[in-house]
Design a protein around this ligand. Structure first.
Ligand code: AMP
Ligand code: GLY
Length: 414
């Protein structure tokens, strides 16, 4: 089949490699893509904020299947328009993408589906906000209701900071603080059936020891040797399956990737957030481990044909470390040359914020590259990832040194 992938980050680079490796794919196109994706797909320009632009490209290329990577076109409803134009498309409709687009909507659905999550209040007035902060107490968790590119959530002990953030949002969700390790667990859904992937853990803070500001994600690893052995089954039963059933019952079935961000608290699993797309950088550790042909799998989801499918995983561990530009996550420095990309057999370099300049590769975004190492255990995978990333030269760039460190040490101790 002829496939068009929309997006151009590290997540899409990993998806592109997975799609390309599926023998069912005869042509792979990507828009806008990036210099890394250009090695496996034909690139095209597109305005990802414009549904018309995406639909026009799919028509021009006459593709059999479209895969949408980022949240913006999903929340804009591009999938409805692609389906109306006759394209099999992997991704949720505009109505279903509201699970990511509105935190209040996600809470309502969880409530109706009986899915465990933090107690919360949705507020638009100062008096409501003050009341919610007082009832829930510190640490305060304040979330912008809408899409905010990773900057919408403030977790703080400082009531004034919490109040300021809440007042700056049009509509805000204030919720109970969840105390427990966080994991990301993705399900691939055809609207009726949802198949859980293996869990991953993301490192959201910019600096070692979870210091510094929240980011889109500075690294990830999979599998999680420390997690309860039934975590996938439990999440399937308590979170993924009821959400899919509830969305179907509402007449807005969720087709695509349902990303559950979970906190494993002493009282059980609790949903922190849903996204309506693959996570970045979790995808850069999941796809290298997934043996099941990706394009066929996603196509079956898009065409409501997932019943009876199960996933196969390589018995390997993967660790990815993000190389971030100086200034990320605030104002990243861009336009600098990138050299020293590693050529190591156990390392895959995924491009995110890169571009081709006059004399080679240059930085063009906050998260520039993500370097994935694969090995027989987390220690081996980490060693590969760090050996790879340490060879890359980009002025002012930085990365976390402790991605998967505790998990690797604990795994060795077992
Ligand atoms: P989100 O964008 O909802 O994933 O939030 C970003 C980060 O804020 C999460 O990865 C958590 O680390 C933190 N966070 C969000 N909600 C909560 C919560 N209820 N309790 C504790 N931490 C939270
Ligand atoms: N890694 C977090 C996200 O994709 O939203």
């Amino acid at each position: 089949m002829k496939v068009l992938l929309i997006g151009g980050g590290g997540r899409e680079h990993a998806l592109a490699l997975g799609l390309k490796a599926d023998p069912a794919v005869i042509e792979l196109h990507c828009a806008p893509g990036n210099p890394g994706i250009a090695e496996v797909a034909t690139l095209h320009t597109v305005d990802t904020a414009s549904n018309d632009s995406i639909v026009a490209l799919a028509k021009e290329l006459d593709v059999d299947f479209v895969v949408i990577g980022p949240e913006l076109p999903l929340v804009n409803g591009v999938v409805d328009e692609l389906r109306a134009a006759g394209f099999a498309t992997f991704g949720p409709s505009k109505a279903a993408a509201q699970l990511e687009g509105s935190k209040t909507f996600a809470k309502e659905v969880m409530n109706d589906a009986g899915v465990p999550t933090a107690r919360s209040f949705t507020c638009t007035q100062r008096s409501e906000i003050e009341r919610a902060l007082d009832i829930l107490g510190a640490p305060y968790v304040v979330k912008d209701d809408g899409l905010a590119a990773g900057k919408g959530v403030v977790v703080t002990e400082d009531r004034q900071l919490a109040l300021n953030h809440a007042l700056a949002c049009k509509k805000v969700v204030i919720e109970e603080y969840l105390d427990g390790p966080e994991i990301s667990l993705f399900g691939i859904s055809d609207g009726k059936t949802i198949i859980a992937m293996q869990p991953a853990q993301d490192f959201k803070r910019a600096r070692d020891n979870d210091e510094g500001p929240n980011t889109g994600g500075m690294g990830a690893y999979s599998p999680l040797p420390w997690a309860p052995t039934d975590i996938v089954e439990q999440t399937q039963r308590e979170v993924l399956a009821p959400m899919i059933a509830e969305m179907a019952a509402r007449g807005t079935p969720f087709v695509g990737l349902l990303y559950a961000g979970l906190s494993l608290t002493d009282h059980g699993i609790r949903v922190i957030e849903f996204n309506a797309r693959f996570g970045d950088p979790e995808t850069q550790v999941l796809i290298p481990r997934l043996e099941t042909p990706l394009a066929t799998l996603l196509y079956k989801a898009a065409t409501r044909d997932l019943a009876g499918i199960s996933l196969t995983w390589r018995d390997e561990s993967a660790v990815t470390v993000v190389l971030a530009a100086e200034g990320y996550p605030d104002v990243p420095r861009t336009g600098d040359p990138i050299t020293g990309l590693p050529d190591i057999h156990c390392v895959e370099v995924f491009h995110a914020g890169t571009n081709t300049g006059d004399s080679g590769l240059v930085s063009s975004g906050g998260r520039v590259l993500s370097v994935t190492g694969v090995g027989s255990d987390l220690t081996e995978a980490r060693n590969c990832a760090y050996r790879g990333i340490s060879q890359i030269k980009l002025k002012g760039s930085y990365y976390r040194n402790d991605v998967a460190l505790n998990a690797a040490v604990a795994e060795k101790g077992n």
